[in-house]
Ligand binder design. Sequence first.
Ligand code: COA
Length: 258
Amino acid sequence: MFENIIFETDGPIARLTFNRPDKMNAVNNATVDELDQALEMVEKNQELRVLIITGAGKAFVAGADIGELDKRDTVQGRLDTKRRQAVYTRIEQLEIPSIAAINGFALGTGLEIALACTFRIASAKAKVGQPEVKLGIIPGAGGTQRLPRVVGMSRAMEMILTGDIFKADQALAMGLVIRVAEPDDLMQEVEKLAKTIILRPKLAIQYAKEAILKFSEGSLEDGLSRESYLHALSCGTEDKKEGVKSFLEKRDPVFKGR
Ligand code: COA
């Protein structure tokens, strides 16, 4: 049903693969539309617990499609960036966590997609960067906003103002990715994290993600207040009763997602 991505589900895991390998999975506007449709399917499927995003071939995503960029004027620039920002924010705000499996180049909008994911795990062969300034533009789909939140102002300035490409170990050192795996082990490493999340109670994961994502950047007072309400909500779940009971009974919990 899609031309530029592959979307499949396997029980609680959804996998989305950017699939224009001959163009290094460069994201054109049609890809953004398909990504949006796939995210709607993720939102509607209550069985899903984790979304994994990766790329086919040598790249995760090597940026926006430069052929389309060539035709982008001021009006189109505003339209394209607003649309991409909205769709990538949809990834970020999914109730379930997402993992970017960075198998190769994650450049420009590719890194912006990875930054919208909850976690990033890289292959040792991966290369990341925000090379937009080399084309005379600046990032427009979250790079100037999410990158400093993830790696800090100083590293974000370095990446965006130089446009340089960074290796996986450098991405790890700056906290941009949480792990680096040998290329052949990347998906295994990503699935290991996915399986850990799936073992945990669904609502606790959802509330914790929301507390961190939405309320850890504002005032501490507001954040603590929101945390308290979300904690209280988690106290009302069946899985909280089961989690505490199973601990006291020295057995593994059986969570139901309620
Ligand atoms: N948009 C459109 N096409 C792209 C692309 C992009 N962002 N990135 C790569 N491609 C295409 C190339 O044009 C080439 O197509 P062709 O075979 O029809 O000529 C094909 O993908 C393979 O890329 P190539 O450059 O030959 O591979 P490489 O291994 O030598 O280099 C990169 C890989 C990623 C370093 C290089 O392609 C690159 O710098 N891409 C652009 C990165 C960029 O500036 N992204 C930000 C855009 S805002």
